[in-house]
Ligand binder design. Structure first.
Ligand code: ADP
Ligand code: MG
Length: 256
């Protein structure tokens, strides 16, 4: 059965989508058959894979149809290379959470939908939108692990307890197997005093709470350029910092 991992943070702009894209890249290189789910109506991840959200939705459907029960994961997933498949999102997904209130198990819809394909993949990554709402809860209920990317500044770090509290609640009431794999500091400027202080504080607080902190992903403008080109950054700018860190995390995921 696949290792299922949610990539979550209720803040936007902390590199959730960028991290999901590059973990999928290194998992692919490591030979893992990977399903990537775009669980955010902004559809940034879908576009990062070179897919057009509206075209995908019109052709085969999207996450909206999965969440509302109109289609299966298999119906809507798109193969983007030999080992990577994407469940695309579109703006319609913004309406899906509200449609769920008619379900008897409002928080277990994604888990149930994933059941039919979980045996076919090594890893399933779920990239979430910037909120603590229904679609995030569905992702957490479906997952064994959570990775929390956090921008390495003190304001972003202050948001972690709210997410940890959500994870704790989901574990207690809906998914006892859910575990926080760790916090991934991102957009880190080495040598910048504020970032170094924020990272040190993050490490201290995480240690006290028994939470792992991965090696930080350095900041580099190449990440923006690669997103515009809809390509993994290491494919277009091989020297971009962050390669070792993302690759190491993918290796860790592979052996979970
Ligand atoms: P989220 O999914 O959390 O909203 P994104 O992955 O979309 O965040 O990233 C937000 C912005 O930060 C994007 O413009 C992205 O290109 C940029 N970014 C991501 N990682 C880095 C990095 N290591 N250095 C610089 N910019 C980054
Ligand atoms: Mg995103």
């Amino acid at each position: 059965m696949a290792t299922i991992i949610t990539i979550a943070n209720q803040k936007g702009g902390v590199a959730k989508t960028t991290s999901t894209r590059h973990l999928a890249y290194f998992l692919d290189l490591a030979g893992c058959k990977t399903l990537v789910i775009d669980n955010d109506h902004q559809a940034n991840l879908t576009q990062y894979f070179g897919l057009d959200p509206i075209e995908c939705e019109e052709a085969h459907g999207s996450m909206y149809h999965v969440i509302t029960g109109a289609k299966t994961i298999r119906d809507v997933m798109v193969q983007v290379n030999e080992r990577v498949f994407v469940v695309p999102a579109a703006l319609s997904l913004a309406e899906a959470g509200a449609r769920l209130i008619h379900e008897t198990d409002v928080n277990g819809v994604l888990k149930a939908a994933l059941r039919e394909v979980a045996g076919e993949f090594d890893v399933i990554l779920i990239d979430c939108g910037p909120n603590l709402e229904r679609l995030l809860i569905n992702a957490l209920v479906a997952s064994q692990w959570v990775i929390v990317p956090v921008k390495t500044d003190s304001l972003s770090i202050s948001g972690i307890p709210a997410l940890v509290s959500t994870i704790t609640k989901v574990r207690a009431s809906m998914n006892p197997t859910l575990q926080l794999l760790g916090v991934l500091p991102t957009i880190y400027h080495p040598g910048r005093q504020a970032d170094e202080k924020a990272l040190a504080r993050l490490r201290d607080e995480a240690k006290a709470a028994g939470i792992s902190v991965f090696d930080p992903i350095p900041a580099a403008t190449n990440y923006d350029k690669a997103a515009d080109l809809q390509k993994p950054v290491f494919e277009v700018f091989p020297e971009t910092p962050g390669r070792e860190e993302y690759e190491l995390l993918a290796q860790l995921i592979k052996v979970l």
